[in-house]
Design a protein. Sequence first.
Length: 443
Amino acid sequence: MKEMEQLSLFGGEENQPLAARLRPDTLEEFAGQTHLLGPGKVLRRLIESDRISSMIFWGPPGVGKTTLARIIANRTRASFIDFSAVTSGIREIRTVMERAEANRRCGEKTILFVDEIHRFNKAQQDAFLPFVEKGSIILIGATTENPSFEINGALLSRCRVFVLRPLSTEELTGLLARALRDRRGFGSQQIRISHDMLESIARFAGGDARTALSTLEMAVLNGDLDREGVLTVRPETLEQCISKKSLLYDKKGEEHYNLISALHKSMRNSDPDAAVYWLARMLEAGEDPLYVARRVIRFASEDVGLADPQALHTAVDAYQACHFLGMPECTVHLTQAVVHMALAPKSNALYIAYEEAKEDAEKQLAEPVPLALRNAPTRLMKELEYGKGYQYAHDTDDKLTDMQCLPDSLAEKRYYRPWGEGKEEQWKKRLEEIREWKRDHSR
């Protein structure tokens, strides 16, 4: 059974893409992840000593999650089952668990590799839990999403999480050079391609080994073959192969929140260059411009506020422009908005004011509205003294009164405390004048 599973897992190599042909079989061939697999590192020790426990490999595409699981399959003394979360459901899970339980009764361990485990719903993930707990299976899950959000807490607590990082340009360049030497790659051919071109492919791949190898293969397949059998990859050919790359982005995944957080914090840190970069990262990856515009509107009051009241107008105008025009025309309007937010003086006084008021409101939900502030449309309400003591500010010369508007228990509270940044200095001065007038005229 194990031999049949291994054959189905590794298959024949004819007509396979370069990335599949060059898939490493040993840790020595594995590229990258030296923080986990370098000499003496924890994951390498676990693999070499065959003491694998349930684990989650978390990392972006093309960093070796599946390959690492296959290397474990080669080294371990256990039955290995390759399982896809995309094509499997509860019934398939139960069938596999029955096989694993039978193996356990025979004294054999079973490693179950689940690719894209984040695609399983809660019920499907729960189906693994009892078998992980009693040791019927050693679960190895691979995911591009943050396990904290996508994996059930009970299951996650029984797995070690290993974070796999994007490969560096140097690591990818070395991998590409090996592909040119290795007979499983292009080692049996004479190929001329400069080191600088290999580095260009590596930079283009952005840490993804699969993309790097696929791009190299495309460039070689479109190279020029001379009479001596030497194939040359020309710069113009390579340029066509790396002219466009789909950006890593999932509008519902962690990267979505990472990028909007980067945009927000760049604007808050008054860095227009970074703000425009993160904006471009989102828009070019397919983000809805109206979503970005809504976040900028929020920023205009949360982080700028009355330090620059025009910021809110700019943000709302940008939203309207995005609504009218859409992509790609609205990119310049959003750029104007985020640059304005980044360069504007900053004040979070409005945000703090509301948060403090909200905290008091939640603690003191039953505080009565002062009688002076209540309307009295009926005779009963008037008899109950609704509206008694109300002072109409427009009837006074200064347009101010000393009427108390907060409940008695909060009468001395101060929620809005302007910092005096930018135009907020005017509002700070005005507020001080109002409070001084009220102190002077208090009864």
